[in-house]
Design a protein around this ligand. Structure first.
Ligand SMILES: Cc1cc2nc3c(=O)[nH]c(=O)nc-3n(C[C@H](O)[C@H](O)[C@H](O)COP(=O)(O)O)c2cc1C
Length: 214
């Protein structure tokens, strides 16, 4: 039996600014455009916060190495949580990540999400030819937001451990079709911030091939 494939989008956001987040706002506009081009498509949002994503703990890491029967109830729950994050990533054709820059890199919640989904034998494996990412054939859009400017300037681009890190770890997992949208200058006064937001909005709109809102 041939069934039509339902398009799946996983939307991972990680700002501490809730409704004020610029990365989430621009990523949300991309997601809205994607929904218009994929009627019937499914969107799952993982809004990461310290209250809903723990660090990967030594207990969870040990539990992952045990057989299901040998796990305690808490260990079963921790493994089930990590499994559900991996299943969401595996099921998605498109992954959208909203990632603010915090202290020159990504939020710790987003790092915790990566620590949970990067699992040997499931999302990557080591072969005689080196590591192989197993999250294949997916499109990834990452909206990165920053208070300052890190593009087009050798001194500040060397301080950017957000975008290069994400490109490395996503590539390691097999996610090589990655487009970055930058929201820069958000801490440099209202005029500079507004310009940075508009440039990102235009980039998100052109990615979904939508006319810009008037
Ligand atoms: C804890 C914290 C650390 C930050 N560190 C940096 C930084 O290292 N470099 C920078 O340019 N902006 C920094 N900022 C500013 C944010 O990157 C900026 O406000 C961005 O718009 C946040 O993304 P959001 O609007 O999606 O929450 C920091 C903000 C916070 C709250």
């Amino acid at each position: 039996m041939i069934t039509a494939h339902t398009a799946n989008l996983l939307f991972v956001s990680s700002s501490l600014f809730n409704g004020q987040s610029k990365s989430r706002e621009i990523a949300g506009e991309f997601v809205a455009g994607w929904m218009r081009s994929n009627p019937g498509g499914r969107v799952i949002e993982r809004a990461l916060a310290p209250s809903n994503i723990p660090h990967l703990s030594s207990e969870t890491l040990a539990a992952l190495g045990k057989t299901p029967e040998a796990r305690t109830r808490d260990e079963q729950a921790a493994v089930a949580f990590a499994d559900s994050l991996i299943a969401e990533a595996e099921a998605a054709d498109t992954i959208v990540i909203a990632a603010p820059m915090y202290n020159f890199t990504i939020p710790t919640t987003l790092k915790a999400w990566i620590d949970h989904i990067a699992r040997a034998g499931r999302t990557f494996r080591y072969t005689a030819q080196g590591p192989e990412g197993l999250l294949k054939n997916k499109t990834v859009v990452v909206v990165v937001s920053r208070g300052g400017f890190y593009t087009g300037n050798a001194a500040t681009s060397a301080m950017n451990h957000q975008e290069p890190y994400l490109r490395t770890v996503l590539g390691f997992l097999g996610l090589t079709d990655v487009t970055f949208i930058e929201v820069e200058g958000q801490a440099m006064g209202p005029d500079v911030a507004a310009k940075g937001l508009e440039a990102a909005r235009a980039a998100a709109a052109s990615l979904t091939r939508l006319p810009l809102a008037a």
